[in-house]
Write a protein that binds this ligand. Sequence first.
Ligand SMILES: NC(=O)c1ccc[n+]([C@@H]2O[C@H](COP(=O)([O-])OP(=O)(O)OC[C@H]3O[C@@H](n4cnc5c(N)ncnc54)[C@H](OP(=O)(O)O)[C@@H]3O)[C@@H](O)[C@H]2O)c1
Length: 310
Amino acid sequence: MKNVIITGATGFVGRTLTSYIQRCFPDAKVLPLGSQAVDLVNRTATFDWFDRLHWAWECDYIFHLAALYKAGDWPVHHPATQFHVNMSINVNILEAWARFFPKAKFTSVLSYCMYPSHPEPHPEAELYGTEPEDYLFAYAMTKKALLIGQRAYRQEYGLQCTSVILPTVYGPHDSFAENSHVMGALIGKFVRAARTGQEAVEVWGDGRQEREFLFVEDAADGIVAAALHAQVDVLNLGTGQSYPIGDIAETIQRAAGFGGQIRYNTNRFVGVQKRMLDVTRVRQELNWQAPTVIGDGIAKTVAWYRATLD
Ligand SMILES: NC(=O)c1ccc[n+]([C@@H]2O[C@H](COP(=O)([O-])OP(=O)(O)OC[C@H]3O[C@@H](n4cnc5c(N)ncnc54)[C@H](OP(=O)(O)O)[C@@H]3O)[C@@H](O)[C@H]2O)c1
């Protein structure tokens, strides 16, 4: 890896991916992009930025992570905003890649909410001919459109690309506010409750919903492995294991040293009952397995979040 562009590099996953690449490829020139550097919704600004760059520089890898997504029921109330922003970002970045850096391999980061809402592990073959669940429909379809766009650019112009589909990612630099993704939200609640001596922590749902989780450093490792070695258009990049939210809450409770109670609130919106990836393809294609076991990932994240509060 020599010259690398990372969109969404100021975000949770992008920030870790940027430092991972800088660490593993110390000679690489990495350009981390956030929306302050260039608003990818703005076609003129995007093309101007790429145009200026391409005269002096040859890019060999583009990582595309930029997207508008928020946890909880935000997507239910903002499907048009999400559709407009994410479609614009994706259409602009694909065209900029083809026009200015057609030799670069393009790797995009997709989400497991693209799959339908049944509880069995999802193989990549399920991406087509199925529909994502209703409350994430617009967001998930923009991810599917990105995948279709990459395929189209590969077919028409012979460009190189791949995509990875991630489950819920957690780790340092995540958002720990109450309305964040479940892992960040729970770590935030338990750590703060332990510090303030709260009596109880509220967990949304009945604790039986199951989710798959990937530690953010492992996500960075797998995204880079896919960019370097994947010959297929898309790979599920996960652990292939799901955990009940109740078990996760108890693990976090112990790691945070919280002595109070867990109270389940079944009136809150929690999404689908169970979601997990079939990781057969990534094992075969890349011989890749997530290095971090969930207890260690949670302990590291709790320690990191605690340190930020100190
Ligand atoms: N986190 C997860 O659990 C998870 C799971 C599956 C898939 N993913 C995918 O992984 C990617 C990164 O997720 P994340 O959790 O790191 O998201 P995040 O923290 O919300 O970061 C989003 C990134 O996109 C950038 N961005 C948004 N609008 C932009 C615009 N108009 N122009 C340029 N950049 C823009 C943001 O830049 P600024 O901050 O500078 O505005 C930020 O760097 C996303 O594509 C997401 O769908 C994430």
